[in-house]
Design a protein around this ligand. Structure first.
Ligand SMILES: NC(=O)c1ccc[n+]([C@@H]2O[C@H](COP(=O)([O-])OP(=O)(O)OC[C@H]3O[C@@H](n4cnc5c(N)ncnc54)[C@H](O)[C@@H]3O)[C@@H](O)[C@H]2O)c1
Length: 337
C-alpha cells in the first residue's frame, strides 16, 4: 500500500459509523475520502463534519482508484455483500461485527477470504481496550501462571428497543458475541459450551422469544474454564469486568468510573457516580486503537486485528450457546463445526 495517508471509504454513518468517521479524521495516518450511506442526509452530515465526499451507493465507494481501505459500519445483513466487493476489488476492509447472522452465508464466503490478497479484519474492538489488552498481555506472559478461570461480566445499562431485538439474531449473536471473542482472545480455542438463559424483565425479549439474562460456561482446549454473565440491564451503569485467575494470582479489569468525585452524607459514605453510561464512551479508546491496528495491517501486512476466522469462530460459539440454551445440554464445538 503506497498512500502516505490511507484514504478510507466509510460505509454506514449511524451510531458506530460516526465513531469510525471521527477516528479516521483524527488519525494522522488516515483520511476520509468517501462517506457512503443510502440515507444521503446522514452521509452529507458526516462528510461535512469529518471530511470526504458523500455518496448514496455503498458499492460504488469500493473503488481502488479512489480509496485504499474500507470500513463497513452498515447494518449486519449488508456486511457479506460489501466484504465480498472489497475482496473482489483487492481493497483492505475492516467490517463491523457480526459478519452475518447466518452461519451458512459466512461459510460460503470463507474460501474467498482465504484466497483474498487484501486484509479482511472484523471489528471486535474490545480487544483494543487498554485495560483488557494489558490484562491479556500479562496473562499471556504468565503473570498468573496457566490461566485456570476467566470470568467476563457484561451488562448493558438498558435493553434495546423491541424492534432491534427482532432483527438482532438474539442475545448470543448480538451481545455475547463480543464476550465469545474475548474468551478466545484469553483462553484460546473452545471445545465445549453450556448456556442458560432467562427472560426476567424485558418485554421486547419476551416478544421475540429471546433472553434478557444469560450465563455461558465455556471449556477451552487448554482446560481453562470461562464464565460469561450478560444482562440487558444494569441499574448502576454499563458493567464491563474481567477477572483472570491462575495459581499465581488474579488480574482484574474493573469498571470505568464516570467521575472520580465521591459524596458522603447521612445515607452513604464515599459514594461514587454510576459507571460510564454506554459502549461508545467506555470503549472510545478501543475504537481508535482498533483503527490503528488495522492501518498497521494494511501498511505492514501484520497486526493484532481480529481476522475473518476470529469473526467466524465467535459466531460458532454463539450458535453453540443458542443450541445449548434451547436443548438444555452442553454442546461440543465439533458437533456443529
Ligand atoms: N463493535 C461495536 O461495538 C458495535 C457497536 C454498535 C454496532 N455495531 C455493528 O455496527 C453495525 C451498524 O450498527 P449501528 O448501531 O451503527 O446501526 P445504525 O442503524 O445506527 O446505522 C446504520 C447506518 O447504515 C445505513 N445503511 C442502511 N443500509 C445500508 C446499506 N445497504 N449500505 C450502507 N449503509 C446502509 C443506515 O442509513 C444507517 O445510517 C451493525 O452490524 C452492528 O452490529 C458494532
Amino acid at each position: 500500500m503506497t498512500a502516505e495517508r490511507l484514504r478510507f471509504a466509510l460505509i454506514g454513518t449511524g451510531r458506530i459509523g460516526r465513531v469510525h468517521a471521527a477516528n479516521i479524521a483524527a488519525n494522522a495516518r488516515t483520511e476520509l475520502a468517501i462517506v457512503a450511506d443510502p440515507a444521503l442526509g446522514s452521509a452529507d452530515e458526516v462528510a461535512a463534519r469529518f471530511g470526504g465526499k458523500p455518496a448514496r451507493d455503498p458499492l460504488s465507494a469500493i473503488a481502488p482508484e479512489s480509496v485504499d481501505a474500507v470500513v463497513i459500519a452498515s447494518p449486519t445483513p449488508t456486511h457479506i455483500e460489501l466484504i465480498t466487493a472489497c475482496i473482489d476489488q483487492g481493497v483492505p476492509v475492516l467490517s463491523e461485527k457480526p459478519i452475518d447472522l447466518d452461519m451458512s452465508r459466512i461459510d460460503a464466503l470463507r474460501p474467498r477470504v482465504r484466497r483474498a490478497s487484501s486484509p479482511v479484519a472484523i471489528g471486535f474492538n474490545q480487544r483494543f481496550d487498554p485495560a483488557i489488552a494489558e490484562v491479556q498481555r500479562r496473562v499471556t506472559a504468565g503473570e498468573v501462571g496457566a490461566l485456570e478461570q476467566l470470568s467476563i461480566t457484561s451488562r448493558d445499562p438498558s435493553p434495546p428497543p423491541a424492534s432491534y431485538i427482532g432483527v438482532s439474531g438474539g442475545i448470543f449473536r448480538d451481545m455475547t458475541i463480543h464476550d465469545f471473542d474475548l474468551a478466545r482472545f484469553f483462553a484460546g480455542e473452545i471445545e465445549e459450551v453450556t448456556a442458560v438463559g432467562s427472560t426476567l424483565f424485558d418485554a421486547g425479549a419476551r416478544e421475540h422469544d429471546d433472553f434478557d439474562s444469560v450465563v455461558v460456561t465455556l471449556k477451552a482446549r487448554s482446560g481453562s474454564i470461562v464464565t460469561i454473565t450478560n444482562s440487558r440491564h444494569s441499574a448502576y451503569g454499563y458493567d464491563q469486568r474481567i477477572e483472570a485467575f491462575g495459581a499465581g494470582g488474579l488480574l482484574n479489569v474493573e469498571n470505568a468510573p464516570a467521575s472520580h468525585v465521591t459524596s458522603s452524607n447521612a445515607t452513604c459514605a464515599a459514594a461514587k457516580a454510576p459507571y460510564v453510561g454506554q459502549f461508545l464512551d467506555r470503549y472510545a479508546d478501543a475504537y481508535a486503537n482498533e483503527l490503528d491496528a488495522f492501518v498497521e495491517w494494511v501498511h505492514h501486512g501484520a497486526s493484532s486485528s481480529p481476522t475473518f476466522e476470529d469473526g467466524r469462530a465467535a459466531q460458532v460459539l454463539a450458535e453453540a450457546a443458542h443450541l445449548s440454551s434451547r436443548a438444555g445440554r452442553t454442546v461440543r464445538i465439533d458437533e456443529i463445526d
